[in-house]
Design a protein around this ligand. Structure first.
Ligand SMILES: [Zn+2]
Length: 319
């Protein structure tokens, strides 16, 4: 089985990355976007990649955001090898000194970059190159179908050390304040009510925040209308970039896919590949596309109020 999102995921996951050392991933994303005549690419002062698809006169409403780094070892200035580990991996996993692969200024766990087995993508870094792949797949589909739309893609650096890229991007105010930021993530399946393979997760919040209720309701509606498999969950296992953008005054919502072996933490305290279900990733890309193509934005809450008031009127005689 081959799908556009699979091909894009394979090409991005093949690139090595670590916090502050996302250059290979960023270049690969740039190569995909360079083939798309309606996508313009820009970089902020921190090196985050800001892409905009613009065809026709639409005004951008959403920015889909994903980060390009993954926990790994980095070389400190003046050091002779990458020895500083950045990102949330418990000491008990690292104490066993799992083998690493050296990329000069940084190193990753020595695990396969990409494997497709029984409908699941296994990789050393699903988090969050899968989110990046969904955004590129959205742009490609908009190009292919000639969609009249306007939508941003934000590809950020150094999320794993505390949303550094997202905060730099938000603080620079290069993104209009009227744009709603939709964080795309892979999120630990543990402890959640969600299930791998049961569709994209409309993430109502994270460990720290809850996201915009009306926007969340819209994504649920669009997924329902388009027949896209989805789940609606609070993924409280971690904090995602939506919280960071929200702290800088942006309206936010979030989508994610269930992730196995979060941050490479496998069973029995072994470092292993992360994995996601391909069909969940495809559903995430489809929902991004559906949202990007929406021309009329209704207020789901006022529609609900009208419906409830109509119902209420039926019982007026009992008031
Ligand atoms: Zn992460």
């Amino acid at each position: 089985m081959s799908s556009p999102v699979l091909e894009i995921a394979r090409s991005l996951l093949s690139q090595p990355t670590a916090p502050f050392f996302e250059e290979a991933v960023r270049s690969e994303i740039g190569r995909w976007l360079a083939r798309m005549p309606h996508v313009s690419v820009d970089y902020d002062n921190f090196g985050n990649l800001i892409a905009l698809y613009q065809r026709g006169t639409a005004i951008p409403r959403f920015a889909f955001a994903a980060h390009m780094d993954h926990p790994g070892f980095v070389k400190e200035p003046g050091a002779n090898k990458p020895a500083l580990f950045l990102g949330g991996v418990p000491e008990v996993y690292r104490a066993k000194n799992p083998p690493t692969q050296d990329f000069g200024n940084f190193a990753m766990w020595d695990l396969p970059a990409f494997e497709l087995k029984e409908g699941r993508i296994f990789s050393r870094a699903c988090d969050d190159l899968i989110g990046c792949a969904a955004i590129v797949a959205m742009f490609e589909e908009l190009e292919r179908t000639g969609a009249e739309a306007s939508v941003y893609g934000l590809f950020t650096r150094a999320e794993e050390v505390g949303f550094v890229g997202a905060m730099q991007l938000a603080a620079e105010r290069r993104l209009p304040q009227s744009v709603t930021v939709i964080s795309l993530e892979t999120s630990s399946e543990r402890g959640g009510a969600c299930k791998m393979g049961a569709g994209v997760i409309v993430r109502v919040g994270d460990r720290t925040s809850i996201f915009d209720s009306a926007t969340t309701a819209l994504f649920v509606r669009w997924a329902t209308e388009a027949g896209i498999p989805f789940q609606r969950c609070l993924m409280s296992g971690g904090t995602c970039e939506a919280t960071a953008y929200q702290l800088y005054g942006y309206r936010t919502a979030a989508l994610c896919v269930a992730l196995g072996n979060y941050h490479n933490c496998g069973p029995e305290e072994r470092i292993e590949c992360e994995f996601v279900a391909l069909e969940d990733v495809e559903a995430m890309a489809r929902l991004c596309i559906a949202a990007a193509k929406i021309t009329e934005l209704c207020d789901p809450h006022s529609a609900l109020r009208i419906r409830l008031e109509t119902e209420m009127a039926k019982f007026e005689r009992f008031f």
